[in-house]
Design a protein around this ligand. Sequence first.
Ligand SMILES: [Zn+2]
Length: 127
Amino acid sequence: MITIDCSRTLAIKDQLLVYVADKLEVLPILQSDKFTLTQIYDAQIINKSDVLSAIIEFLESVNLKNSFQIIPKVDNIIIDPLEGKDMKENLEKLGGNNKDLFFECTHCGFLTQYEGELKTHKLIHYV
Ligand SMILES: [Zn+2]
């Protein structure tokens, strides 16, 4: 049984829980600001290093690896945010609606992150 303490990183808790539990095929038990991974069947062994690499993989997948430090204690893993200028922005991106970050062409639904690119794109509808 390994507990992952997300009390300082609640914004990523739910997504992290799903990712890690899926990856390791273990049963997550959700508590208010942490979750515990337990065996699905008796003989199953939950390896702390597997849990750690799953957490790192998750952070990499959402581009937040450099925003957190992972502190392994005995049966506890604490995820601590590193204060950084991109932190707030990254969390907002993760928690918010990703579509807000894109400019959408009203004619065909083309999506781009750059307003200038959208303007250029729109020209094709006027030729
Ligand atoms: Zn278009």
